[in-house]
Design a protein around this ligand. Structure first.
Ligand code: PYC
Length: 330
């Protein structure tokens, strides 16, 4: 059924002639939403996805803000825009973003993207190369509907780093890269329960600020913008539970695929995880990713399996007269 109406002179419907329509498919992976722009977005030209990200950031950042901020989105939404892959053998290129900026890689978002491409009839079961600004990942769509992502090479870059966190004292954690920068803290001070989400958010936010104040960064000098608190899971067969605070101060409802990758890289570095050994990571809301590592050319490749579900398909309308067209907090 088409909702497009014929144009009638003097109709109030004509004031919507100038709106921008962005076609999106929303999904969630373990409770964490992903919003993929499937059409109506800008042409970002050719070249690597990192180059296309530079163009998107420079000329179309309003779209990120409009889709990932209120009133059309919220700080929980991770958005992604499909773009042309540099390699014709890749299924897609994708740039992930949130309410405050851009992500290097997003595993829950990649699982959502694969389910979105399947929903749109654009891919079949099997392996698909997906290009991101920080490298190409491989995603496998299984006949069960699950998706496995082989993430970018991940590593722990610093172990047992202690930072003084105002109000909390000395906090020790590891710094790891897994497509985003993480500070991972074995947390036994605040119980990882949904009832403590506000306290956990304040604690993780204070850690992030203390890292920045003390000049503790990733090995490339970039800000560590994800903080991961973890402890052993209470559920049988699940090794760990985490609480991951994302750059825009929203917590990840999923076990955070790049966060799980960072954890796997730390476990491997500590000799606590062998290649092929399964590690189950539970989120704060109880969703689970299954992880393992593969070693290739001396690099740690985390492999994460999870499921995503389509939640809606819609046109987002951006009206040039709307004072909040670009979001309330652009
Ligand atoms: O699953 O990698 C992930 C992720 C990053 C930020 C939110 N989710």
């Amino acid at each position: 059924m088409s909702l497009t109406k014929p144009r009638v002179e003097n109709s109030p419907a004509n004031m919507f002639d100038t709106v921008e329509r962005i076609h999106i498919v929303d999904s969630h992976t373990g409770g964490e939403p992903t919003r993929i722009i499937v059409s109506g977005g800008p042409d970002l030209g050719r070249g690597s996805v990192a180059e296309q990200l530079d163009r998107f950031r420079l000329d179309h950042d309003y779209l990120r803000s409009a889709l990932a901020n209120e009133p059309r989105g919220s700080e929980v939404v991770v958005g992604g825009i499909l773009c042309k892959p540099a390699d014709p053998n890749s299924a897609a290129g994708v740039i992930f973003f949130n309410n405050v900026g851009y992500l290097g890689m997003c595993v829950h978002g990649t699982i959502g993207l694969v389910i979105t491409l399947a929903y749109l009839g654009k891919i079949t079961y099997g392996d698909h190369r997906i290009e991101t600004p920080v490298g190409t990942v491989t995603a496998t769509l299984h006949e069960t509907g699950e998706v496995t992502v082989v993430n970018v090479a991940s590593m722990r870059t610093a172990a047992k780093v202690t930072v003084q966190v105002p109000g909390y004292g000395a906090v020790t954690g590891d710094v790891a890269w897994a497509g985003n920068w993480f500070f991972l803290v074995n947390n036994d001070s605040i119980e990882l329960t949904a009832a403590n989400i506000e306290k956990l958010t304040e604690f993780a936010w204070a850690i992030r600020q203390a890292l920045a104040t003390n000049g503790i960064t990733g090995s490339d000098g970039k800000e560590i913008d994800h903080v991961e608190l973890f402890r052993p899971s209470r559920k049988p067969g699940i090794q760990s539970q985490n609480f991951v605070l994302c750059p825009g101060k929203a917590y990840d409802r999923s076990p955070c695929g790049t966060g799980t990758s960072a954890k796997l890289a730390c476990l491997y570095a500590d000799g606590k995880l062998k290649p092929g050994e399964v590690w189950r990571q539970e989120s704060i809301v109880g969703s689970v990713f299954e992880g393992q590592v593969r070693i290739e050319d001396g690099q740690v490749l985390p492999i994460i399996k999870g499921s995503a579900f389509i939640t809606s398909e819609a046109d987002v309308i951006l009206d040039p007269r709307d004072p909040f067209r670009n979001g309330i907090y652009p």
